[in-house]
Design a protein around this ligand. Structure first.
Ligand code: FMN
Length: 239
């Protein structure tokens, strides 16, 4: 039943507003996906382009359905539809349930995440807000966290550099945010991986020109890290 959690399914999300030719994160996640499909075959691969096909922002009906579900305690996913009142809430649930099902089924979640204004793209935030429905990632019987064996690989790209010890370290609201989010959702810290491509705009921004070698090194290291992560077994059992 949990065979999908042993590395045979991959949910690949991209959020860059740029296309494949111009996007560092899209190229890096594509590399991961290619290696992964080479090892596991195409059957368990799912792709979602959050920038090209945005997830609708949550609406009043999404919120009211969520509050009703919270008042009932932990509601099994198939029973949420019974609590929906009226067409607006039914519509919201129809938009939401497939995204939740997709995330729950994933052995590995791979995300391409550009830094936009020190944080994540709005397209990714829209997915996060919708998929994080009350109780959706808890076992309704035991209360166990369903994503504790899920491997999450976040590939970021930043125009500048936010590495530890750099002047802009404290401006990184992307990595700490995603770490807090996925940990709180139940992903084991040992199954959560970040790969950063820093200084991606060094070749474009004259003030950053001196960092061009740093950018090249960071990208090379990111490529290696992506290949290594794609080649390893998914979802280690947390301690
Ligand atoms: C809307 C927007 C906002 C951005 N904000 C930042 C930022 O706050 N800090 C930064 O270092 N780079 C910023 N950048 C640069 C991107 O992080 C950089 O170009 C990165 O490579 C984008 O990922 P991609 O190559 O996968 O599209 C921004 C780019 C865009 C388009």
């Amino acid at each position: 039943m949990h065979s999908h959690r042993q590395g045979t399914s991959l949910l690949h999300l991209d959020a860059s507003a740029s296309g494949r030719g111009d996007s560092v994160t899209r190229r890096l996640t594509a590399r991961y996906a290619d290696i992964w499909r080479g090892l596991h075959g195409p059957a368990g691969y799912r792709y979602r382009d959050l920038a090209a096909q945005p997830v609708p922002l949550v609406s009043p009906a999404f919120v009211s359905l969520g509050i009703r579900v919270e008042r009932h305690g932990t509601v099994p996913l198939p029973k949420v539809a019974e609590l929906a009142e009226g067409p607006a809430e039914e519509h919201e649930w129809a938009l939401t349930l497939p995204l939740i099902t997709e995330l729950r089924a994933a052995g590995t979640v791979l995300m391409g995440v550009p830094m936009y204004n020190f944080s994540v793209p709005a397209s990714l935030k829209a997915w996060i807000d919708r998929v994080t429905f009350p109780g959706a990632f808890l076992d309704d019987g035991t209360g166990d966290r369903l994503l504790r064996r899920t491997k999450v690989v976040v590939v970021t790209a930043r125009g500048g550099c936010y590495a530890p010890g750099t002047p802009r370290e404290d401006f990184d609201f992307q990595t700490p945010y995603l770490r807090a989010y996925f940990t709180d959702l139940g992903v084991a810290p040992g199954n959560l991986h970040f790969v950063h491509a820093e200084m991606t705009r060094a070749a474009d921004v004259p003030a950053l020109a001196r960092f061009t070698p740093l950018a090249a090194d960071s990208l090379a290291a990111a490529r290696t890290a992506v290949s290594d992560l794609a080649g390893e077994r998914a979802g280690r059992t947390p301690r």
